[in-house]
Design a protein around this ligand. Sequence first.
Ligand code: MLT
Length: 213
Amino acid sequence: MTAELAFVHRFEPGAGARPLLLLHGTGGDENDLVPLGQMVAPDAPLLSPRGKVLEHGAPRFFRRLAEGVFDETDVRSRANELADFIVAARTAYDLGPPVALGYSNGANIAAAVMLLRPEALDGAILLRAMAPLAHPERTGGLAGKSVLIISGADDPIAPPANAARLKAMLEQAGARVDHRILAAGHQLSQADVRFAREWLDAGSGERKPAAAR
Ligand code: MLT
């Protein structure tokens, strides 16, 4: 089922109230994270766009200049384009605000959307994430929203120290952030699935009034 929207995407309906926005890693596509989404939130509607940037044929969500060195002008424009897609897809599919579930490059664009267009997402699970911007300009827009970052202790691509910088940025913008570091590398493990599911089951992706946190 594909409406005329600005990203190639896959949509899987679900009875749950909280949709997941699935954002794949470099070289993935809209099908990659559907099994993961179904494991962590079996009832959730799943909205899964494909990144529009091609790096030697591998889809991504924004350009990079080298491994771990991002084209921040592109990060900004692609994050806004993705946020516009989320708004349009919510209307097309009659969805509430989604929680992002992103891996690697997909986690990085989700973090950029949280920082630049905080209204577009209700929360985020960021698997093997890095800080996508050196100096995000917005602050305060994430009050009442929650983010789970899961890093691999031995991840050479997205080191936990870089994810800790992202945590600080999101907290400065008002988010409540849990950062877990697993005995893992860049690849996902069963522990990622378990922690993501527990975090969602605990209602952590739901927006709460700041006073109630
Ligand atoms: C990125 O480019 O977003 C990160 O280096 C992760 C990756 O996709 O390899």
